[in-house]
Design a protein around this ligand. Structure first.
Ligand SMILES: C[S@@+](CC[C@H](N)C(=O)[O-])C[C@H]1O[C@@H](n2cnc3c(N)ncnc32)[C@H](O)[C@@H]1O
Length: 235
């Protein structure tokens, strides 16, 4: 190593996959073992952070845990304040020479709070101090659990987050509905038409995993937030 060379501390966004501690990449494990600080996003409603439960077996015992509060709200002012507070806490560690691994459920680049934090940190860190470590998405894990492809050949795949009418998409060959708990009525309208094969996947890879096929007469009143739906048009 060059004399006097000091390696700058880094900020990592680490995808920990959907739930099973064996579904982390080798790079994710390597990073977790190297970092002095593990940053855990947490909403007040969560008793335990799921991302932490997944990553824990791979983290060194002495690693410092930095809990970052991420409120479950759509209030942009509240969210921005929380991300700025989290970025400040991360920068506090980096300025002391500590590398920080921020845990993300699934993949960090796929509907994750990580992006908001990253955008603030990009203004404070050199590009070589930032690394995003991809993870297995919940939708990939759900498809794998039922041994079905998400898409094949020339077929398109459409991912829809959250709420809204699904009428215009109901004939689409492959649909993934994220945050499905917020859109059950619309999902059921499509399922009741009997033109699709549907899979409802809750907490894939976790202790309370529940994956089932949706039938034409399905009735669902409530499902866990960590639920997604895969729909395939029968054509
Ligand atoms: C904010 S997004 C996070 C997506 C995540 N970054 C990924 O790569 O899958 C949250 C949504 O992802 C889906 N999700 C995340 N983890 C899941 C799991 N283990 N099982 C089923 N759905 C999951 C649910 O639809 C949930 O509402």
């Amino acid at each position: 190593m060059e004399q006097g060379y000091v390696r700058k501390p880094k900020f990592y966004g680490v995808g920990v996959g959907p739930g099973d501690s064996r579904l982390l990449t080798l790079r994710a494990v390597e990073v977790l073992q190297e970092c002095q600080v593990i940053a855990i996003p947490r909403s007040k409603m969560e008793r335990e952070s799921i991302a932490w439960e997944i990553a824990k077996p791979h983290c060194p015992e002495g690693a410092k845990i930095l809990e970052l509060e991420m409120p479950m709200t759509s209030d942009q002012g509240v969210l921005q304040a929380a991300w700025e507070k989290a970025a400040k806490a991360v920068m506090g560690e980096i300025n002391q020479g500590n590398s920080v691994a921020f845990l993300t459920l699934g993949d960090p680049s796929f509907y994750s709070t990580y992006t908001y934090l990253l955008n603030i940190l990009k203004e404070n860190l050199d590009p070589e101090q930032i690394e995003t470590v991809p993870g297995i998405t919940a939708m990939s894990a759900a498809a794998a659990r039922v041994n079905l492809p998400l898409a094949i050949g020339d077929e398109p795949l459409l991912v829809i987050p959250g709420t809204g009418s699904l009428a215009e998409y109901r004939k689409f060959p492959n649909l993934v509905l994220m945050k499905a708990s917020r859109n059950l009525d619309e999902i059921l309208k499509v399922v009741h038409k009997g033109e699709v094969e549907g899979i409802l996947a809750t907490r894939v890879g976790q202790e309370r995993e529940n994956i089932r096929f949706l039938n034409k007469n399905e009735e669902l009143e409530k499902v866990d937030y960590l639920t997604l739906v895969l729909l395939k048009h029968k054509s």
